[in-house]
Design a protein around this ligand. Structure first.
Ligand code: PLP
Length: 401
């Protein structure tokens, strides 16, 4: 292919000039830290410039991403439904496979109804944006995911933040909100960066006392916590009291896409008002079939969830043993806190030397001082994989001191 020749533009707008001058983008591109494209993958191994790495940053919690039965389901769905419904669910894009997946997810979660989207991000934006508006108040845990902030900003509701995972702080914030205001309480079930579990039982008690509509993004608790991985609300026995559970298929179910689940009337309302639901094309047949088959396998074969948790216990014990700060994670989402972007980068580069790949996360992804290497446990790791991971982490930790 001929190299692309840029023509010198006659006119450069001031916005384009700002883009061209942006230091952060220049730095990011120069150091090539993110957006790395691997040339090959086999289960939890990826290849970069010919070298094999164990992937330690994935969210393939149940390790079903390369399961032959899941792949087969995707191929079958492609044969039956073609590549894409090429339209929104609202208009021409609804198919029976959507309805079947929605029933399956709702049933799994113990909710009446469900709507699926082509990205977890869309689902999580939708799960907050359409239920509140100007004049309403959203009480939000400081550490929630970008998708929820995005949805809340779109809603125009007043946002009141409370301290991360802190029921007393929630209670305090609520005491400043007038009783006449309509209120929404927003939290994650399992925090994606920290691996913390939200005290949903306490949040539900406080939220109900203050007349809150309760939304939980359970992208990282779905398939992981609770009876058969039914999620964080199930773990605390509060499924009926949480109004909306949103989440993603790109973690435990090894697909892409997401869901919003709740009472029938709540999901009907979402289908009437959510812009993300109305104006975006429906999830395609392969994504849906992967999520559906992966969930079936997960329910038929408890060994994946068991392996995930035994790997997680071993991993946390090991991190504890060598004195690394893993932010008191109690779930497979496990950060290694380095405390500065330079230290996080240094640590991840040492891991790479030993054939382990893990991303670094810096502000605004985490608060300043919490710069970290984001790792995630998976049922796909064998004992040999874990030995290799531990040797690499020990090496990086020694080099960092
Ligand atoms: C807590 C949380 N919510 C929502 C999302 C969005 O999901 P997806 O990446 O599948 O669009 C993510 C994924 O990063 C997440 O961690």
């Amino acid at each position: 292919m001929l190299p692309f020749k840029k023509k010198k533009p006659a006119f450069i707008s001031s916005i384009k000039q700002r883009i061209l001058k942006d230091e952060l983008t220049k730095l990011r591109v120069k150091h090539d830290l993110w957006y790395q494209a691997f040339e090959k993958q086999e289960r939890n191994k990826v290849w970069l410039d010919g070298k094999q790495y164990l992937m330690l940053s994935s969210n393939d919690y149940l390790g079903l991403g390369f399961d032959l039965r899941v792949k087969e389901a995707a191929k079958e769905a492609l044969d039956i439904w073609g590549t894409s419904p090429t339209g929104s669910r609202f208009a021409n894009g609804s198919r029976n496979y959507h309805k079947e997946l929605e029933e399956q997810i709702a049933d799994f979660l113990g909710k009446e109804s469900c709507h699926v989207h082509s990205a977890g991000y869309l689902s999580c934006v939708a799960s907050v944006s359409c239920f509140v508006g100007k004049g309403d108040v959203a009480l939000v845990d400081r550490n929630v995911h970008s998708s929820l902030w995005e949805g809340l900003k779109l809603s125009m509701a007043t946002i009141e933040k409370f301290r991360h995972n802190n029921p007393a702080s929630l209670e305090e914030e609520l005491s400043f909100v007038g009783a006449d205001r309509k209120k929404m309480l927003v939290a994650e079930g399992v925090y994606s960066m920290e691996g913390h579990v939200a005290p949903l039982d306490q949040f539900v008690e406080i939220g109900q006392r203050h007349d809150c509509f309760i939304v939980v993004d359970d992208a990282h608790g779905f398939g992981v916590l609770g009876d058969q991985g039914r999620g964080t609300a199930d773990y605390f026995g509060v499924t009926d009291s949480v109004d909306v559970i949103s989440g993603s298929f790109s973690k435990s179910l090894a697909s892409t896409g997401g869901f919003v689940a709740g009472d029938k009337e709540v999901i009907d309302y979402l289908r009437t008002y959510s812009k993300q639901t109305i104006f975006s094309a429906a999830i395609n047949p392969t994504q849906a079939a992967i999520a559906s088959r992966a969930l079936e396998i997960h329910l038929e074969e408890p060994e994946h969830l068991e392996r995930l948790w035994s790997n997680t216990r071993r991993y946390h014990k090991f991190l504890e043993g060598i004195g690394l700060d893993y932010w008191e994670s109690v779930t497979p989402a496990t950060p290694i806190v380095a405390g500065s972007k330079e230290r996080a980068y240094f640590f991840s580069e040492r891991l790479k030397e030993k054939g382990v790949y893990a991303n670094i996360i810096i502000p605004p992804g985490v608060p300043p001082g919490k710069e970290l290497v984001r790792t995630g446990m998976s049922a796909s790791f064998s004992d040999d994989d874990l030995d290799r991971l531990e040797a690499a982490i020990t090496y990086a930790a020694k080099a960092l001191k």
